[in-house]
Design a protein around this ligand. Structure first.
Ligand code: HPA
Length: 219
């Protein structure tokens, strides 16, 4: 079975990529695993969908567990015709309709950007792995099923590559907490052309994104 929000089994993810994997948390079934990747200890954890959910986990990981590098891997919907399903995007910046960063920033517009060091490591890892990646900005939407007719044209006009639902929140938290964050997204669907991926294709494309993330995390 497959729905827009349920695809891979997180347990399978950890076992595929990490050695000596141990489940470390399962509160509300939000699974977290620690293992090692090429000898370096590393953790993976679900965040749920959307900025509010991801912000809870990111904040607790940073404040209570001392996490210094947050790499989001996930899907996004392309909004430009020159971005295609299965493309891997490195989100150097994230615009949003969420109010979270304004609240963090006294009502002002915060520039939600990726950590340059992590972004550079991701680009270098992609080059080593010979995986083409595209760098650019994404839009972190509060609504998956949104009502706005004019959103798409605004995104296109401002050069945004794709829509997802977490990066801007993650970047705001990272800035405030003094840690590094990066979002790497695979295009799972196309909002303009309605091109879709099969679950097999998704698996390959998602594998590439995870390899880039893992290689960046240990670089
Ligand atoms: N909107 C928001 N997030 C997404 C989408 C989308 O169309 N596709 C994948 N993640």
């Amino acid at each position: 079975m497959s729905t827009p929000h349920i695809s891979a089994d997180p347990g399978a993810f950890a076992e595929t990529y990490l050695d000596d994997v141990e489940g470390v948390t399962a509160v509300r079934n939000m699974l977290g695993f620690t293992g090692s990747y090429r000898g370096t200890p590393l953790s993976v954890m679900g965040t749920g969908m959307g900025i509010p959910s991801a912000s809870i986990y990111a904040t607790e990981l940073v404040r209570e567990y001392g996490v210094k590098n947050l790499i989001r891997v996930g899907t996004c919907g392309a909004v430009r015709e020159d971005v295609h399903v299965r493309d891997v995007l490195i989100a150097t910046g994230a615009s949003t309709d969420s109010g979270v960063n304004r609240r963090r920033f006294g009502g002002r517009d915060f520039s939600a950007v990726a950590d340059f060091g992590l972004a550079r490591k991701a680009v270098e890892a992609a080059e080593r792995l010979e995986i083409p990646v595209r760098l650019g900005s994404v839009f972190s939407s509060d609504l998956f099923y949104g009502p706005e007719d004019d959103l798409l044209s605004s995104l296109q006009r401002m050069g945004i590559l794709a829509v997802e639902m977490e990066a801007a929140g993650l970047y705001g938290i990272a800035a405030e907490e003094g840690v590094a964050a990066l979002a790497i997204c695979t295009v799972s669907d196309h909002i303009v052309t309605h091109e879709e991926t099969t679950s097999d294709e998704r698996q390959t494309a998602f594998t590439q994104m995870m390899e880039i993330a893992l290689e960046s995390a240990i670089a």
